[in-house]
Design a binder for this molecule. Sequence first.
Ligand code: PFF
Length: 446
Amino acid sequence: MARDSFNSKFGAIMALAGSAVGLGNIWRFPHETGSNGGGAFLLVYLFCIFCIGIPTMLAEFIIGRRGQRNPFGSFRTLAPKTRWYWYGGLSILAATLILSYYGTVSGWTLEYFMYAVGDSFHNQSSAEINNLFEKFVSHPYKPILWHIGFMVICSLIIIMGVKNGIERYTKMMMPVLLLIIIALGVRACTLDGAQAGIKYLFYPDFSKLTWKSVLAALGQSFFSLSIGMGALMTYASYINCDDSLLQISTRVVVADTVVSILAGLAILPAVFAFDVDPASGPNLVYITLPQVFDQMPLGYIWGIAFFILLTFASVTSAISLLEVCVAFLTEEKKMSRLKATILSSAVITILGVFCTLSFGPMRNVTLFGKTFFDLFDSISSNFILPFGGILICLFVGWKMKVRDVYFELSSRGKYELKSFRVLMLIIKYVAPTAIFIVLMSSLGIF
Ligand code: PFF
């Protein structure tokens, strides 16, 4: 049977942008920027995205499209009789871990969408909104039910396949997401007192830039672009042979960056206009924003729009993680797509229960001093993701034949590649070194 693939280049871009644009852009980027010095952080972030992110993403695309399989199978095809395929195991582990805690936060988003529809934030004091969050996340079973609900939505899309599921739904959700974030950005920037937030986001105050914030910028750029985990590799194996990988990657990166900046513009000016601390951390979205919406004219509508946005963003990212496991099981273990999806979702949901309970009954259960949620987050984002990024760059830069890399990147000679040598230089030396530094620092070695 022929392998399922994306129908069009537009579909491929939407699916890949869907994977990249997620909670990382809307939930994480504004508070990372808020806590790391605003504009100066943004500049470093942009540097990381364009100089290291694009080449590493391209390296991942090259392996996926050339291998024409899931990460495990692609490495086995491209480097037979070697152990490179172990990377496939790593990517499945990372996808499983990330999705189990990503699903927890996504489940909260679904509940918050219901709160927004039910106008639950109206006329509530900050203590009450704080309380609402604390009570919900620590509830013994409610967040688990939302987590399961979220996984069911993702599974249904994945069962439908690459064209009829992933491509069809990301093509529907991504344009809506973009419209909502633009509307929210315009609304927030036109609030009285918004200038302070805009200045905070764009004014580069280098005195606030620390080594830690540079590392945070590189880490954020990898997480935001979904690099290093096999998700892009899996999707790349569904891209048609004559579509330009360079064109697709630049569009995906630009889309991801635009959404992050728009999210910053939608959130930071509003936060300043209502005199809230921009560095209030991960709670910004669930505790601070509901208060901000409540004080805005037409806040009811903006609140609903925001949580629809967050839901779409998390679904389109989560399905790319689920697809890593499903592609492995269908191609390597010859399982049907239905069975593979049920099995992967079941395992991820069970692990996710531990993450979800980390905020409630299991908040005192720790492993290596961390709750399950924090442990899964830090193992995958700080360790597996950068490690995967290094392996991908080393494979393309040192193991693959330059001729093959050129052949794939130019789509069999169809496109001219002016920057090929620079790109190879970054893939061979610059990107792995930069990622190595981040990896070492997250392990506490630097
Ligand atoms: N890029 C996603 C975000 O910004 O939320 C998160 C993510 C998705 C990371 C898929 C890794 C991945 F493979």
